[in-house]
Design a protein around this ligand. Structure first.
Ligand code: URP
Ligand code: ZN
Ligand code: ZN
Length: 469
C-alpha cells in the first residue's frame, strides 16, 4: 500500500508569524501538503513530540565569498557559509552580488553565480550591490535583472569604493519605484566619518576602539534621515539595514508614523555587543569592528524595544566573515594597524537564531510569533520569496527547523561550522537550539551532523515583493 506522504513530522508544536498550534506536517515532493492531527503514515517519519517546529530561518543579510578591494578575503564561501547557516536553523540565505565600480552589474551577477554554483547546501537568492549606477546599469541591466528575479539591491552612503552620492541615490530609488524593487540602504555619513577618522589618526588614536568614535550614531542618524528624505521625494519604499540604535530608529519611526514605507533591519551585534567590545586587550577589539559599530547598553535597550514594537521588520546576521589571525582578515595590515585598515564585519550566520530565541523569546522580550516574523516570514515577504519560504503552510517549501527549546548551549567557536577563527559570542550560554533542520523536505542537519549533499541548494528567483505592489 502506498503512503500519502514522503515524510511526516509528527506531534510537534508549530509556530508561525501569527499562530501557535499542535499539528503533524505532511510533506510530499519537498512541499508541505498537509497540516493536521493524526495524519496518515509517511514513508519516513520524524517524531517531534516535545519539540517546537519553526519555519527555517531566512537570513536576508549575509556576505559569502564577496570580492573586496583591499586585499582582504572573506573566510566563508558558498560551501561553509550556507552550511554554517543550516546548523543554526536557517534554510535560506540572501548574500550580495557586488558590482565593482567600473564593472557591469551583469558581470558581477555572472561572477557571483560562478562562485555559488554547486556549493550551497541550502537554497539561496542574491541581492545586488549597486556601486556604479551608469545609464547602462540603470537603463538596461538593472531593469532586466529585476525581471529575472533579483528584486532587491543594497546601496551605500559610505566606503569610498562603494558609496553613491545623493543624486545617484535618487536615480536608484526612482528606478526601484519604476521597476518594483526594494532598495536597502547602508546609512552612515561618509564625509563626517572621513573627517573624524583623520582627526583620530592625527591624534594617534588608531586602536580598534576608535573605530566606534569615527562612526558615531549621529553619522548614522544623519544618513538615515537623508536616505529616507530622498526616498520620500521619489515616493518609494526602502529598507535601512543594520540599524544600531535609537538615533537612527527615531528617524525610521517618524517616517513610518508619516505613512512612509520605510522598513528596517537590525542584527545580533546591536543587542549583544557594545563599543566596549572593541576595547579589548591588544588587537582583540578588532574582532568586533563592524559598521555601524555596536554602541552602548541604552542603544541595546532601544533596539530591543524596536524589535518588540515593530520598528524592525527584519533580524539578519550581517555575517561578514574575516578571520582574526590572518593577513587576509582582521590583521590585513598587521597587528597594531590603524582601525582604518581592519576589514569591517563580524561572523554570526549560525548564532543569529539561537541568540535571538534565547535572549528574546526566552527572556520574554519578544513573542515566539515575533521571533518567526523577524527571522523568517518578514524577510521572505520583503524580498519576494513568500509564501514559498518563511512560513509553515500548505504549499510552502518544507523548510523547517525542529527546536529543542530546553537545550542549553555554551557557544564556542570550535563547535560552529563557519570558517572564521572566532565568534563574538564565545562563552555565551543560550537556551534553545535547532536540532533538526530540513530543506524542501530533505534532512540537512540531524544529530549534530550535516546529512545532505553540498550543492543541493537551489538558486531562488525573487518575485516583486507584494509589499511593494
Ligand atoms: O561591517 C560590516 N557590516 N560589514 C559588512 C558589510 C556591510 O556594510 O554590511
Ligand atoms: Zn552595510
Ligand atoms: Zn552587510
Amino acid at each position: 500500500m502506498g503512503t500519502d506522504f514522503d515524510l511526516v513530522i509528527r506531534g510537534g508544536k508549530i509556530a508561525t508569524a501569527s499562530d501557535i498550534f499542535d499539528a503533524d506536517i505532511g510533506i510530499r515532493d519537498g512541499k508541505i501538503v498537509a497540516l493536521g492531527t493524526a495524519l496518515a503514515n509517511g514513508r519516513d517519519e520524524i517524531d517531534a513530540s516535545g519539540r517546537l517546529v519553526l519555519p527555517g530561518g531566512v537570513d536576508a543579510h549575509c556576505h559569502f565569498d564577496q570580492p573586496t578591494s583591499d586585499g582582504s578575503v572573506m573566510a566563508d564561501d558558498f560551501d561553509s557559509g550556507p552550511r554554517s547557516a543550516a546548523f543554526g536553523g536557517t534554510t535560506t540565505v540572501i548574500p550580495f552580488a557586488c558590482q565593482q565600480k567600473g564593472q557591469s552589474l551583469r558581470a558581477a551577477v555572472d561572477d557571483y553565480h560562478k562562485r555559488a554554483n554547486g556549493k550551497s547546501v541550502i537554497d539561496f537568492a542574491f541581492h545586488l550591490i549597486v556601486t556604479d549606477p551608469t545609464p547602462q546599469v540603470l537603463g538596461q541591466e538593472l531593469p532586466a535583472l529585476i525581471r529575472e528575479g533579483y528584486t532587491s539591491f543594497k546601496i551605500y552612503t559610505t566606503y569610498d569604493d562603494l558609496k553613491l552620492n545623493d543624486r545617484e541615490i535618487i536615480e536608484v530609488f526612482a528606478l526601484a519605484k519604476r521597476e518594483g524593487a526594494l532598495t536597502m540602504v547602508h546609512a552612515e555619513n561618509s564625509d563626517a566619518i572621513a573627517w573624524l577618522t583623520e582627526a583620530l589618526e592625527r591624534a594617534g588614536q588608531t586602536a580598534p576602539r576608535h573605530h566606534a568614535d569615527a562612526r558615531p550614531a549621529i553619522a548614522e542618524r544623519e544618513a538615515t534621515h537623508r536616505a529616507i528624505s530622498l526616498a520620500e521625494i521619489v515616493d518609494v519604499a526602502m529598507l535601512v539595514v543594520h540599524v544600531s540604535g535609537g538615533e537612527a530608529m527615531d528617524q525610521i519611526a517618524a517616517a513610518r508614523a508619516k505613512g512612509l514605507k520605510v522598513f528596517a533591519e537590525t542584527c545580533p551585534q546591536y543587542i549583544l555587543l557594545t563599543a566596549d567590545d572593541l576595547d579589548l586587550d591588544g588587537f582583540e577589539g578588532a574582532k568586533h569592528i563592524c559598521s555601524p559599530p555596536p554602541r552602548d547598553t541604552a542603544s541595546q535597550d532601544s533596539v530591543w524595544r524596536g524589535l518588540a514594537n515593530g520598528t524592525f521588520q527584519v533580524f539578519s546576521s550581517d555575517h561578514a566573515p574575516f578571520k582574526f589571525d590572518s593577513d587576509t582578515g582582521k590583521k590585513l595590515r598587521g597587528e597594531g594597524a590603524s582601525f582604518v585598515h581592519v576589514p569591517n564585519g563580524i561572523p554570526g550566520v549560525e548564532t543569529r537564531l539561537p541568540l535571538l530565541f534565547s535572549e528574546g523569546v526566552g527572556k520574554g522580550r519578544i513573542s515566539l510569533n515575533q521571533f518567526v516574523a523577524l527571522t523568517a516570514t518578514n524577510p521572505a515577504r520583503l524580498y519576494g520569496l513568500y509564501p514559498r519560504k518563511g512560513t509553515i503552510a500548505v504549499g510552502a517549501d518544507a523548510d523547517l527547523a525542529i527546536w529543542d527549546t530546553e537545550r542549553k548551549v555554551t557557544i564556542t567557536n570550535s563547535a560552529l561550522h563557519h570558517n572564521v577563527d572566532y565568534t563574538p559570542y564565545e562563552g555565551r550560554t543560550v537556551i534553545g537550539w535547532p536540532e533538526t533542520v530540513l530543506s524542501r523536505g530533505e534532512l540537512v542537519v540531524q544529530n549534530g551532523m550535516l546529512v545532505a549533499a553540498t550543492g543541493r541548494g537551489k538558486f531562488l528567483e525573487c518575485d516583486v515583493p507584494d509589499l511593494l505592489l
